[in-house]
Design a protein around this ligand. Structure first.
Ligand SMILES: Cc1ncc(COP(=O)(O)O)c(C=O)c1O
Length: 383
């Protein structure tokens, strides 16, 4: 990045925390053996792996045995959807088509997987409605339940608009009907305060690079007693649930990144978010926010729209002026440049576009002021 560039796309990916980066470099320098090897360096690698597992488990509020490391959010989400269906078919003898419910605002790693499985004739797929702020309609959710419903899968914190779902309420409904409940917490892990032991969630997806760890690593929380077969087959790594030589370096740095988050980190980020919302309202009277900005929401994501200007034009001009943000639609599943998430919120087509600013603990109010100043100049030239 150039010196004057301002990076406000931390929800897409963010820089590694210095602690995680230094730890990663140290491991590369000292060298890490294969954690499955039966010799002393192998045992040291296995010990490092177990420390990382304990760290992630304690952050999430579960037992280390409930954490399985994998390559990231996309893999974990695919794993849950694909194998929940295959396992159900095996158990029931392939008699009926399994039914999956996702929210209409899902990340493409869930929405595209479900769409493809439906196209392949593997599932019946329903999308539960959300309200204007992106909260799941619980009455609609319950009305979608069938005897064949195998899985409900929703994002905990929405990556485009920052709305955070009530996992307690959704999970309780699922439990009452004996339906498996999966939450994608790629954006909410470390960015919101929760303990999985308090929540009726069976499976949860985590991603390393969203919490200032490296890319290409993540984890699936599998609650004790929940059975899911592996997505890929091979060796016995991760109790045979995720074969392939374990990247102790990536996993260890992921865990180190998790230790850098505290309640203060979250409240500081929430302060930045409130500042952005306040300044946007002050500087641009016609700005419209998408998703939740008043109550508890993802502390690092703000989505907004200017009704008079196409967001893709503003995005391009911001990029030309050294402000890196997102239109939130890069991973969208829609065919047009409209955001499938905003359309699901009930936005008319004309307004279903957005700018997303997202932050990390390195973001300063000075950077925000500079970015908004550049945005003001851009808008004044367009008027
Ligand atoms: C909500 C959500 N789920 C899943 C993913 C995919 O995670 P990964 O990049 O680790 O595959 C992302 C990342 O964009 C995300 O924001």
């Amino acid at each position: 990045m150039k010196q004057n560039d301002i990076y406000l796309d931390h929800a897409a990916t963010t820089t590694m925390a210095p602690e995680a980066r230094n730890h990663f470099f140290e491991l590369l320098e000292t060298g890490v053996a294969n954690s499955s090897s039966a010799h002393r360096p192998g045992s040291s690698a296995a010990a490092l792996l177990e420390v990382a597992r304990e760290t992630i488990a304690s952050k999430l509020g579960c037992s280390p045995q409930e954490i399985v490391f994998c390559s990231g959010g996309t893999e974990a989400n695919n794993w849950v959807l694909q194998r929940s269906v295959t396992d159900w078919n095996r158990a029931t003898g392939n008699k009926q088509l399994p039914h999956i419910i996702t929210a209409s605002t899902e990340h493409s790693s869930v929405a595209t997987t479900a769409a493809r499985m439906k196209e392949d004739g593997l599932i019946e797929w329903s999308e539960v409605r959300v309200d204007q702020l992106g909260y799941i309609d619980l009455v609609h959710l319950k009305s979608l339940f069938k005897p064949t419903t195998v899985l409900v899968s929703v994002s905990h914190g929405n990556n485009e608009i920052g709305t955070v779902q009530d996992l307690q309420k959704i999970g309780t409904l699922c439990r009452e009907s004996g339906i498996r409940f999966h939450a994608d917490a790629c954006q909410s892990f470390c960015h919101t305060e929760f303990q999985i032991r308090d929540l009726p969630v069976d499976l949860m997806t985590l991603s390393g690079h969203k919490i200032r760890g490296p890319k290409g690593v993540g984890a699936l929380f599998i609650r004790k007693g929940v059975e899911i077969s592996p997505l890929v087959y091979g060796g016995k790594q991760e109790k045979g649930l995720r074969p392939g030589t374990t990247s102790v370096e990536l996993i260890s740095a992921f865990a180190k990144a998790a230790t850098t988050w505290s309640p203060k980190t979250i409240s500081d980020l929430a302060g930045i978010k409130s500042y952005v919302v306040k300044e946007l309202r002050k500087r641009f009277t016609d700005v419209q926010f998408n998703g939740e900005v008043e109550k508890v929401s993802l502390c690092h994501v703000v989505s907004f729209t200017f009704p008079r200007f196409e967001s893709k034009v503003l995005h391009r001009l911001l990029a030309e002026n050294g402000v890196a943000c997102s239109t939130g639609a890069a991973c969208g599943t829609g065919k047009s440049d409209r955001s499938a998430v905003l359309l699901a919120l009930g936005r008319e087509d004309r307004l279903a576009h957005q700018l997303r600013f997202s932050f990390s603990p390195t973001t300063t109010t000075a950077e925000i002021d500079e970015a908004l100043g550049r945005l003001e100049k851009i808008i004044s030239t367009l008027q």
